[in-house]
Design a binder for this molecule. Structure first.
Ligand SMILES: Cc1ncc(COP(=O)(O)O)c(C=O)c1O
Length: 389
């Protein structure tokens, strides 16, 4: 019998209308804000009831909760083609970046190369390492940061780390990550990727990407909630320093309960710290459960098709976009310039359309649940808004 588990399994069966049935709020909402928070699924709702149910039934079922944590580790590992030993579960992308930064000594190779594409969280963590002797170098123009030649001329043997996002939070632009990774490795540096603005809808295969570290979190395109983030650490990567931010979950055996024994596992778990955010773990499992039924390449194709429809409609309306000229640098959101992005977002929200303003831009982001009709509704509202000005 067909169950909701088999809703979207293969390319041919992919159907956004059917996928979105799993998201009750989408009956009356056009959700174009997954770059901020993913839509609420039935599965997420019931995962939170499962959590409160476990408290009601069992009081303190730590074994059950730790089982959920391990299920999540396995699921995420599979999702990005990693092994479970390569995944640390942390509380935020900043924490993941900090754990990576604090494992370098910066004495022989003090450099970190980053760019204007970086989300502040991660950029701030790199800068704070100046206190430990790190030197941060920057490609400060967003358009130039999409050009591999700019990185090529800035990458050299003084660097320990090169850092770039999978997708820029600002306008969805995608730098040429695989090329940057190769350049970093040729110079003997490691590659760090912040995948927060793509993971969930942009297919990720860490083996193909060949990056050394990757962080992302659960609340946006991964359809979970705040409180869980993931740090991928490539197998075999060793640290110059042991992470100072540590705790019982960073031990070889967290349940050894020996306050004098600070031993670090060789796996990515050495970067973990205290008790994981169990409610967010339940939510993250629900989100991944929904996502893993979709063929990532097919889902992304759907998104890119809709982003073209949206961009064409916006350009017909004469609305200026912040959008890379080259399609290979485009991601799952389309950002438009406006004199008052927050005001426009509020106006659209009153008409049932969720968007995400940031700085001078209003971001419209797409997910598997976005339909061509959503795009037409948003375009019609923007046309109406224009006629008021
Ligand atoms: C690219 C990117 N990285 C990281 C974050 C969030 O970082 P953190 O989990 O440290 O809050 C965001 C949130 O908007 C983001 O867009």
């Amino acid at each position: 019998m067909e169950t909701s588990d088999t809703i979207v399994r293969t390319a041919k069966l992919f159907d956004a209308e059917e996928f979105r049935l799993q998201f009750p709020p989408l009956k009356h909402m056009v959700h174009l804000a997954s770059c901020s928070q993913g839509a609420l699924s039935t599965q997420l709702n019931s995962s939170l009831s499962d959590l409160t149910g476990s408290l009601t039934d069992s009081g303190a079922p730590w074994g059950l909760w730790m089982g959920e944590v391990e299920k999540l580790r396995e699921r995420f590992a599979r999702f990005i083609n990693a092994s479970t030993d390569e995944i640390a579960i942390v509380s935020s992308a900043s924490e993941g970046a900090y754990q990576v930064a604090s494992s370098f000594s910066w004495d022989r190779r003090p450099g970190i190369l980053t760019s204007a594409l970086e989300f502040p969280s991660v950029g701030h963590v790199w800068r704070a390492q100046a206190a430990q002797g790190a030197q941060v170098h920057m490609i400060s123009d967003r358009v130039q940061a999409l050009d591999v030649l700019e990185w090529d001329s800035a990458i050299n043997e003084s660097l320990s780390l090169v850092s770039a996002p999978l997708v820029s939070y600002h306008d969805g632009a995608r730098p040429p990550l695989r090329e940057l990774t190769d350049l970093a490795h040729e110079a003997g540096a490691r590659m760090f990727v912040d995948a927060y603005q793509g993971a969930g809808v942009v297919p990720i295969d860490v083996k193909e990407l060949d990056c050394d570290y990757l962080v992302t979190g659960s609340l946006k395109y991964m359809l979970g909630l705040a409180g869980v983030a993931f740090l991928y650490v490539k197998d075999g990567i060793t640290s110059e320093r042991s992470p100072e931010l540590t705790g019982w979950f960073g031990r070889v055996d967290p349940f050894a309960f020996d306050p004098e024994l600070v031993d670090y596992p060789t796996t990515a778990r050495r970067f973990e710290c205290g008790t994981p955010a169990v409610p967010a773990v339940y939510a993250a499992n629900a989100g991944l459960g929904v996502l893993e039924r979709v063929d990532q390449a097919v889902g992304y194709e759907h998104i890119m098709r809709l982003s073209e429809q949206l961009a064409t409609g916006l350009s017909d309306l004469g609305i200026r976009m912040s959008r890379p000229a080259d399609p290979k640098h485009r991601g799952p959101q389309v950002a438009i310039f406006d004199e008052d992005p927050a005001g426009l977002s509020e106006w659209l929200f009153e008409r049932g359309i969720m968007t995400a303003p940031r700085g001078r831009l209003l971001r419209l982001s797409l997910h598997y649940y976005t339909t061509a009709e959503d795009i037409e509704t948003a375009l019609a509202a923007l046309r109406q808004h224009q006629s008021r000005r």
